[in-house]
Design a protein around this ligand. Structure first.
Ligand code: URA
Length: 207
């Protein structure tokens, strides 16, 4: 995977923001797949371009397509609750984006062609932001970075060696947590809380 990252030296926050703006402007015009015909917005990112953590979701849903901002619907609101409870500030501590930038009709899972068409935007975002930590939120994001077959429940919470100098962890997607309400020990919500505590500790170690 390392080979998909471009060596970009944006040494100041201003240069980083400029490089991301340029990438976003290209992405806003993108017609590389059929989703350009049905989208309302290209949903590029939210949060802090200088954050140490990138969180990568699946694809925009209806609320994200309407607003142009990732993770603002019900799943996003639940994600916010988890992030806040773990002591994070979403706008300051995270750069948030999705595996693909346009909404698939009826929120179906993105196809391999769509993921491939969008891959250079995602890799560009990672190359420019240069995070210390990447959180792969849900199976679609995780499958884009891990070749072997897996269940998200088997790999969530593990630190993976995918890029030099970046710690990568798959976590549950908040849509899954919307369907699983239990807070009991070992439940998905309980595990999400533990995973984010683990991320917070790792970030403190790396700073
Ligand atoms: N689900 C995602 O994966 N991303 C969003 O932006 C919203 C919902």
């Amino acid at each position: 995977m390392e080979h998909l990252l471009t060596k970009i030296s944006c040494n100041t926050p201003e240069l980083k923001e400029k490089a991301l703006d340029e990438l976003k402007n290209v992405c806003l015009q993108c017609k590389a797949c059929e989703l350009c015909k049905t989208r309302t917005s290209v949903v590029f990112s939210d949060g802090n371009p200088n954050a140490k953590i990138i969180l990568i979701g699946e694809a925009p849903g209806a609320d994200e397509d309407a607003t142009g901002t990732p993770f603002v619907g019900r799943a996003g609101q639940l994600l916010n609750t988890f992030l806040t409870e773990a002591g994070f500030d979403r706008q300051k501590d995270f750069y948030i984006c999705n595996t693909i930038k346009c909404r698939p009709p009826q929120n179906r899972v993105p196809t391999n062609e769509e993921k491939l068409a969008c891959q250079s935007y995602l890799m560009g975002q990672i190359s420019i932001v240069k995070p210390k930590i990447i959180l792969l939120c849900g199976a679609t994001a995780a499958h884009s970075f891990i070749e072997q077959d897996f269940k998200i429940s088997q790999i969530r919470g593990k630190w993976l060696n995918i890029f030099d100098d970046i710690e990568v962890m798959p976590i549950f997607h908040p849509s899954y947590l919307l369907r699983n309400h239990s807070l009991e020990q070992g439940s998905p919500r309980w595990l999400m809380k533990k995973d984010l505590e683990n991320v917070k500790n790792k970030l403190n170690e790396l700073l």
